[in-house]
Design a binder for this molecule. Structure first.
Ligand code: SF4
Length: 117
């Protein structure tokens, strides 16, 4: 099936496809190998913090997963209040668009100094 993405521009949110091309890595860092990760993406996943915590709680009952979250940083303060849960997040990746001036130009609602420092 062929999708005409120009015609499909009916969503207000971006449609994001994540392609994991390999799970291999030459780093072999301690704490990473032989670990199963669950990554939370969005949009902005922290808009659904309750869902994240519920899903994490369910997954934790099955296995000692490690977690990754990709965030724009705006709600990071809400997230880090959940200290116990946050400790299971091996990577908290905050997206920044270059230096302060460029970032604020590209992301006018996410002030670099106010929200990310
Ligand atoms: S933490 Fe894991 S994925 Fe990252 S460099 Fe180390 S081994 Fe590779």
């Amino acid at each position: 099936m062929k999708i005409n993405f120009e015609q499909e521009k009916i969503f207000e949110e971006p449609i994001i496809f994540h392609l994991v091309v390999t799970a291999k890595c030459q780093g072999k860092c301690k704490g990473c190998i032989n670990t199963f990760y669950v990554a939370f993406y969005g949009g902005e996943p922290l808009l659904e913090l309750d869902k994240i915590l519920k899903v994490k709680k369910i997954l934790d009952s099955y296995y000692n997963f490690k977690y990754i979250i990709y965030t724009n940083g705006l709600l990071l303060r809400n997230f880090i209040k959940f200290k116990e849960e946050v400790l299971d997040f091996k990577f908290i990746i905050v997206s920044i668009d270059g230096k302060e001036k460029q970032h604020n130009m590209v992301r006018p609602k996410i002030d670099y100094k106010k929200n990310l420092s």
